[in-house]
Design a protein around this ligand. Structure first.
Ligand code: ARG
Length: 446
């Protein structure tokens, strides 16, 4: 390969930025409409250009467009095809515009659309989680800290924790849309335009609510890309935590969850296997998304104003992030919807690990003992009962050996009473979880 061909390949972005064809054509049509309404290009030429652009759009959509790898990027490919279709008039389209403000516009249009899609996917997963939570409001299971039995909780409550994480993600993506919603077109290469352009007109045509205030910033700003990738990173972190729980819950030791056969794969050697590969791959792909975040932060960190070719590196990481996040959200929606919980196993697991210790301490507090002292008494009791599965195996006499405040009503403390008692706002009791689901259902579509 001669150096010219090598260099063309090295600098080209067409193999990935063709994904922006829709936005590129949309942006060009708005631009030429504005040029014509401002009298910069006459109406007949505008019509010829718009028709040409529409033809290119259908050629690409139908798969009949011939991509030319030698023409660097999406903008050059489309412009060159426009020349083929309408001849020299094609040259009028680029009046008062540079690829620098063009590509920034394309990318913002793209991110705005993708954010809407992402928010929709998050909502869909939230609804599936709410449905499962509602179905399992009263199912009792061990709650963990340090992955050790801590206090009994309801499965509904546990699931709602993920609803909350996703809700924060949704809010973050709304904020991403807000900062992306600024039109850079009209900034030219870096300094603005000497033509009597109407930027508000273009903003309205393209659905931007604001126009950029500084042309130098506008052509070199990729904060919105980074914020999309950051918000995706955090959302993926949440999905990865859920993936981890699904993976350990479906192990033989836990046996809390059974995934449908659509969400597991067998082993080529061990016939009995149902591996949670989807969840594992979700957990694994987070690394790639974090990588794109660091990659993009690093790309912009030393750039002098304004546009530098380094910025072309904004797209591959963004597109990969978009694919990973949206596919993972979809995978989880399906996986959680069809998962079955082994509720008996969850409940029986609460028999182990002395999970009522806090309730016993609270009981003594109710009899007038300060909490710290009560904690000490139950600690001794717990050591004494260390060879028993749970406190329910102790007799009243044994309790009384540790404090004369223990009475026959101590026998009423059960896993159920523990869970039902935790009805502070945001607590695990079924009544609180029901309230939380009700509130969530109202909020989920907003
Ligand atoms: N393909 C380029 C990018 O994605 C478009 C802008 C090129 N501008 C330039 N002055 N070479 O950033």
């Amino acid at each position: 390969m001669d150096f010219k061909s090598f260099s063309n390949k090295y600098t080209s972005s067409i193999h990935y930025d063709k994904r922006l064809f829709h936005e590129d054509i949309e942006g060009s049509i708005a631009h030429i409409n504005m040029l014509s309404s401002q009298g910069i290009v006459d109406k007949e030429d505008k019509k010829i250009i718009v028709d040409g652009l529409k033809q290119i759009f259908s050629e690409i959509e139908s798969g009949n467009f011939i991509w030319n790898e030698k023409l660097e990027d999406i903008h050059m490919n489309i412009e060159s095809r426009l020349y083929e279709i309408i001849g020299n008039k094609a040259g009028k389209l680029h009046t008062g515009r540079s690829r620098n403000d063009q590509v920034a516009t394309d990318l913002r249009l793209y991110v705005k659309k993708i954010v809407d899609l992402t928010i929709e996917s998050i909502k869909n997963l939230q609804i599936v989680i709410l449905n499962q939570a509602e179905k399992h409001v009263e199912v009792i299971m061990p709650g963990y800290t340090h992955l050790q039995h801590a206090q009994p909780v309801t499965l509904g409550h546990h699931l709602l924790a993920y609803y909350e994480m996703l809700n924060r993600d949704k809010e973050r993506f709304k904020a991403v849309k807000e900062i992306t919603d600024v039109l850079p077109l009209g900034s030219g290469a870096l300094a603005g335009s000497s033509y009597p352009i109407d930027r508000k007109f273009v903003a309205e045509e393209l659905g931007f609510s604001k126009v950029s205030n500084n042309s130098m910033d506008a052509v070199s700003d990729r904060d919105f890309v980074i914020e999309y990738i950051f918000s995706s990173s955090l959302c993926m972190a949440h999905l990865s935590r859920l993936a981890e729980e699904i993976i350990i819950w479906s192990s033989q030791e836990f046996g809390f969850i059974k995934l449908s056969s659509d969400h597991t794969t067998g082993s080529s050697m061990m016939p009995q296997k149902h591996n949670p590969d989807l969840a594992e791959l979700a957990r694994g792909r987070v690394g790639r998304v974090y990588g794109h975040l660091i990659g993009m932060l690093t790309t912009i960190k030393g750039l002098p104003l304004t546009y530098n070719r380094d910025l072309q590196e904004d797209k591959e990481g963004l597109f990969d992030t978009v694919d990973i996040l949206n596919q993972t959200l979809f995978a989880f929606e399906s996986m959680i919807m069809e998962a079955t919980f082994n509720t008996e196993r969850m409940l029986s697991a609460t028999d182990e690990g002395q999970m009522l210790a806090t309730d016993l301490a609270d009981y003594l507090v109710g009899k007038g003992i300060p909490f710290r002292e009560a904690h000490g008494i139950v600690l001794q009791l717990s050591k004494y009962a260390s060879n028993r599965n749970s406190f329910s195996e102790l007799t009243l006499e044994e309790f009384k050996n540790f404090s004369d405040k223990f009475d026959s009503d101590v026998m009423d403390i059960t896993i159920e009473s523990s869970v039902y008692a935790r009805n502070s706002h945001g607590g695990t009791s079924p009544s609180e979880v029901r309230k939380a689901i009700q509130i969530a259902r109202k909020k989920v579509d907003v």
